[in-house]
Design a protein around this ligand. Structure first.
Ligand code: ATP
Length: 237
């Protein structure tokens, strides 16, 4: 079943168009990876799906509902949650307070309590540091907190923008295996990554974005095997 669909979406910053006539979809249960060079439009695409930016053209549908004009906080209630690039946690708040913010507006206490448990079992480090102030945590820990906070709204679609950015190699492996685990628990994931190798290896399908347009698409495996993509994004000739 199609969960998210973008149809002919264009997004502009003032007079400069960053995304041109983009169409793609994400099926329920998938991990879909969006890869591309700096400035290709990956973050712009994510912000347009979460509602932080508005398209100048085209439509976005989520679970059969047109959400093109829906405000960002309503999209969260509908089931779309974004862990932003650059982490974006609340630095003056504790781990628990940050996670609470992710559950803002929820009233289902038993569901919330199950989601706290889910986050602490995915990220035992957060369970050990419940009262630590977010801003004093390491980069990797803040990344875990950002993902944990996004999960606290019980999303059907989790948007992850560069989750491996700035992490040490052992943390990168860990974050990607946790992403697969979140997906195995039933959450659909749209992943934006510079680390194309890992992102495509984990993905059911992937898209390559170049200067605001999709230039390649396929299964993760197909894209990993494509010589042009290998040369441009996977660091091998
Ligand atoms: P990176 O991997 O470097 O984060 P990206 O693929 O996420 O890159 P975007 O951040 O989506 O790329 O940027 C796409 C294009 O839009 C770039 O040319 C960028 O300079 C431009 N852009 C992004 N944000 C703004 C803004 N607020 N105002 C004007 N132009 C912007």
């Amino acid at each position: 079943m199609t969960l998210l669909e973008l149809k002919n979406v264009s997004v502009a910053y003032g007079r400069i168009e960053a995304i041109h006539d983009m169409s793609f979809s994400v099926d329920e249960g998938e991990i879909v990876s969006l890869i591309g060079a700096n400035g290709a439009g990956k973050s712009t695409t994510m912000k347009t799906i979460s509602g932080l930016l508005n398209p100048s053209k085209g439509t976005i549908t989520f679970d059969g509902t047109d959400i093109t004009k829906m405000k960002a906080h309503i999209r969260v209630v509908q089931g779309i949650s974004q862990a932003p690039e650059g982490r974006g946690i609340f630095p003056g708040m504790t781990v628990l307070e940050n996670l609470d913010m992710g559950a803002f507006g929820r009233k289902d206490r038993s569901g919330m309590s199950a989601d706290f448990d889910r986050v602490f079992s995915l990220f035992p480090r957060l369970a050990e540091r419940k009262t630590q102030v977010g801003g004093t945590m390491s980069g990797g820990e803040q990344q875990m907190l950002a993902i944990g906070r996004a999960l606290m709204s019980a999303p059907r679609l989790l948007l992850l923008d560069e989750p491996s950015m700035g992490l040490a190699p052992q943390f990168i492996k860990q974050i990607f295996s946790i992403i697969s685990e979140i997906n195995a628990q039933g959450t659909t994931i749209l992943l934006v990554e510079q680390n194309a190798n890992q992102a495509l290896a984990r993905a059911n399908r992937g898209f390559v974005l170049e200067t605001g347009s999709i230039t390649h698409s396929g299964t993760g495996r197909e894209l990993l095997a494509n010589p042009a993509i290998k040369e441009a994004y996977l660091g091998v000739g």
